[in-house]
Write a protein that binds this ligand. Sequence first.
Ligand SMILES: NC(=O)C1=CN([C@@H]2O[C@H](COP(=O)(O)OP(=O)(O)OC[C@H]3O[C@@H](n4cnc5c(N)ncnc54)[C@H](O)[C@@H]3O)[C@@H](O)[C@H]2O)C=CC1
Ligand SMILES: CC(C)CC(=O)C(=O)O
Ligand SMILES: [Mg+2]
Length: 360
Amino acid sequence: MDKFRIAVAEGDGIGPEVVAEAIKVLDEIASRFNHEFVYEKVYIGGIAVDKFDDPLPDSEVEKILSCDALFFGAVGGPKWDNLPRQKRPETGMLKIRKALGDFANLRPAKVFDELVDASTLKPEVVQGIDILVVRELIGGIYFGQPKGIVEEDGIKKGINTMVYTEPEIERIVRLAFELAMQRRKKLTSVDKANVLDVSQLWRDVVDRVAKDYPEVEYNHLLVDNAAMQLVRNPKQFDVIVTGNIFGDILSDEASMLTGSIGMLPSASIGGNVGMFEPIHGSAPDIAGLGIANPIAQIESAAMMLKYDFKLDKEAEIIEKAVDMVLKMGYRTPDIMSEGKRKVNTQQMGDLIAKTIGDVE
Ligand SMILES: NC(=O)C1=CN([C@@H]2O[C@H](COP(=O)(O)OP(=O)(O)OC[C@H]3O[C@@H](n4cnc5c(N)ncnc54)[C@H](O)[C@@H]3O)[C@@H](O)[C@H]2O)C=CC1
Ligand SMILES: CC(C)CC(=O)C(=O)O
Ligand SMILES: [Mg+2]
C-alpha cells in the first residue's frame, strides 16, 4: 500500500465546501487502488487569522513541509479586507507559495465538448481548446521590493516593483519549453517589453532558451494583445508562459473559454512540496449557498496525483469521471445550460466520486 501525507488547507469562503468534495473523490481513489491518503489539516488565510492572529503561522509551514503535498482551497473575504497587509489572508497564501519554492503554476484551460455551450463565446471559437498557462509564481510584482504606501511631503505614494532575475526567468521558461515539447510544440511568451525593462530581459531570455528547443515554434505577444487574442482566436495557443501578474489575469480570462472559473485547476511545482489549488478565489458572493462548482478543486486533486505522486492512471480516472458526469448532463449553476440537470456542490462531488468505479 502506498501512503501519502497531504496537508489540507481548506481556507475561506467556498474553500471548505469544494475541498470536502475533492476529498470524497480522493477517498474513493484510495479505497479502489489500495493507497492510503493521510490528511493533515492546516490553517492558512482568514481562518488562520481568526485562530492565530496570523494568516500563516510558522507551525503550519512546518507541518506542510513534513507532508508530500499541500492541497489548498482558497483564501480571503470581506471580513479580512481591511486588515493591515501582513495580516491579510492573501499574504499568507503568497508566503506559503514562496516558502515551498513552487515557482511554476500550471493552469490548464481545456474545453470539455459537453460544455461548449456553457462558454459566453461562440461554440466554434471555443470547441477543442486545450491551453496550458505556465505562470511564474514566486517572483515579479507580487514580491518585488520596494513596496508599500509611504507619505512624502504630505502626499501618499503607493509602490510595488516588478523584478525578475535572469535565473528566475530562465527556470520557468525552460520548464515551459519542456512542457511544450510534450504537447503540440507551440509556445507563446507574454510580456510588456514595449514598456517594461523587466519584460525586455524576459524576452531576451526566451530568445536564448528557445535555441535549445528548435522543434518548438514560439512567439512573443504583448500582454494587452494576448488578452485580446485569447477571446478573438484562442485556438492559436498551446502553452503560454508569462510572469506572475500577467499569468494571474490571463488565466482567469482563459477560464471563461471553458465555461466557468469553477472548472480550472492548478498545480504549483518546482519546490520542496507541490501545492494544488483551483485558480479561483474564495467566492464570498456564493459562499455557504452550496452552489459552488467543485470541479476545479477535484481536477486539482487529479493534478496532485499526477504531478506529485506520479499516479498518472488514477489522475486520468478522475478526469474521465468528471467527463462522464458532464456527459450525463449534470451541471452546477455556473455551467448550467438548457435541458441539463442542475445539481449542487455536494451532489456534483457525490456523482464524480460514484462514477470513479464506472470508469473503464
Ligand atoms: N488562490 C486564492 O486563494 C485566491 C483568493 N482570492 C481571494 O478570493 C476573494 C474573492 O475574490 P474574487 O475577486 O471575487 O474572485 P473569485 O475567484 O473568488 O470569484 C470570482 C467570481 O467567480 C465565481 N466563482 C469562483 N469560483 C467559483 C466556483 N468554484 N463555482 C462557481 N462560481 C465561482 C464567484 O462567485 C465570483 O462571482 C478575495 O478575497 C480574493 O483576494 C482570489 C483569487 C485567488
Ligand atoms: C489572491 C492572489 C494573491 C492570487 C491570485 O489571484 C491567484 O493566484 O490566482
Ligand atoms: Mg487569481
